[in-house]
Design a protein around this ligand. Structure first.
Ligand SMILES: [Zn+2]
Length: 190
């Protein structure tokens, strides 16, 4: 850890001045999303500010869930759980699945990633043990070949989920990570 910038120290120092300077005041809102929407998007850093700004979303407008690739891995995993909570507890009536072009999860080289894991000192036996326990690491790490297809799959998963009410509208969008331009893959009103 020598010569390494301790990121948390720096962050906490800034945080103190943020709170003391009352810079939070312009973000004050309630926990209920004003626009009654939930967005599932990718953790890509280019979208951090660009996505809400390009959609005219301010603090308090939307529930935003993020992960690698804006993908729903499992119908009863944490992403679906968040969407269901948003619908029933926060009166959300539209769901937007927002992927983006140039996503790191598109054609992700899982063999290469597994090699990196091994090079960082995770024993090969661990991979074997997981494999024996029925966990296919390559399948677990796998992203998708086409962002449009991935978005379509996620839209139909939400739309057909047994715990999602029929009247919930689900859209599938793909964003340009440079300009914020949105292409509609699935128009939930149709
Ligand atoms: Zn991405």
């Amino acid at each position: 850890m020598k010569n390494k910038i301790r990121k948390l120290d720096k962050l906490l120092k800034y945080n103190k001045s943020f709170v003391e300077g009352k810079k939070y005041e312009k973000y004050e809102t309630s926990k209920d999303p004003d626009k009654k929407i939930v967005i599932l998007s990718c953790m890509d850093t280019r979208l951090t500010d660009l996505l809400p700004k390009s959609m005219n979303l301010k603090n308090g407008d939307a529930k935003i869930i993020k992960n690698a690739g804006a993908t729903i891995m499992h119908p009863f995993g944490s992403i679906m759980r968040s969407i269901i909570v948003a619908i029933y507890e926060f009166e959300v009536d539209e769901v937007l699945i927002v992927g983006h072009y140039g996503c790191g999860m598109c054609n992700l080289n899982t063999e290469d990633l597994l090699n990196k894991i091994l090079q960082r000192g995770i024993p090969a036996e661990t991979v074997t043990t997981l494999s024996n326990a029925g966990i296919n690491i390559l399948k677990f790490l796998h992203g998708f070949e086409s962002v449009e297809e991935s978005i379509q799959d996620s839209v139909s998963l939400v739309k057909n989920h047994p715990l999602v009410p029929k009247e919930i509208i689900v859209h599938g969008l793909v964003m340009c990570p440079e300009t914020g331009k949105i292409d509609v893959v699935v128009d939930g009103y149709k």
